[in-house]
Design a protein around this ligand. Sequence first.
Ligand SMILES: [Fe+2]
Length: 158
Amino acid sequence: MNERRRFLRMIAAGPAGALLLPIFSQTGSQTVMADVECCAASALGKLPENVIYTKDRQGRWKGKAGSHLPIIDVQKSGDKVTLQLQTRHGMSESHYIVRHTVVNGEGQVLGAKTFHWKDEPVSSFEIDVPSGGKAKELFVMSYCNLHDLWLVQTKLEV
Ligand SMILES: [Fe+2]
């Protein structure tokens, strides 16, 4: 591996990888892009604590996963799948769930819903059934105005 590639792998493997990806994509080098895309996918697990919270990385909000992680219910109907999301979190003017967002493994936003504090933190999104029997990677997020961003990373298999 040459020095340039080694440098790019090192950068992409860190939290800066996702931020630098658009810059590298403008270089026009297919080889470099392939390297960066490969390593950026693993950057999430290398973020420092207290950036994105998961069941296994609750950081400063330890003990709050149950009331902040979105719960996902999947219903298949024909060539569509309905994702029903719920965050089991109280809703008051000073403390509430702000938003649900669903993003696929390619970075495409499949759906998002913003809540008023008087709403129930429940959302529903219809997406296409994954083709070719392939599982679809999903990033499902719930954002609390006091306890930040919570992520469930899962694979949709129908
Ligand atoms: Fe909260």
